[in-house]
Design a protein around this ligand. Structure first.
Ligand SMILES: [Zn+2]
Length: 68
């Protein structure tokens, strides 16, 4: 069960170094959370080599986990 359509335009809005790699936060340009109208965020965790080690999605407004 996911509120997120397949084709989303993601914009990188934040990059943070959490100590062992980068955490990149993307915001969906063309979709919002159906439940509250908030921005949908996608967070990618990268290891020191730049590989994606984890990804999750959540609403920026209400914090609901939207990970597919
Ligand atoms: Zn929401």
């Amino acid at each position: 069960m996911s509120n997120i359509p397949d084709e989303i335009d993601w914009t990188l809005i934040n990059t943070e170094d959490w100590g062992g790699g980068l955490e990149r936060t993307y915001r969906a340009d063309n979709v919002e959370h159906a439940g509250c109208g908030g921005d949908v965020l996608l967070v990618h965790l990268h290891d020191e080599m730049g590989a994606v080690t984890g990804a999750h999605s959540r609403c920026a407004q209400c914090g609901e986990d939207l990970t597919a």
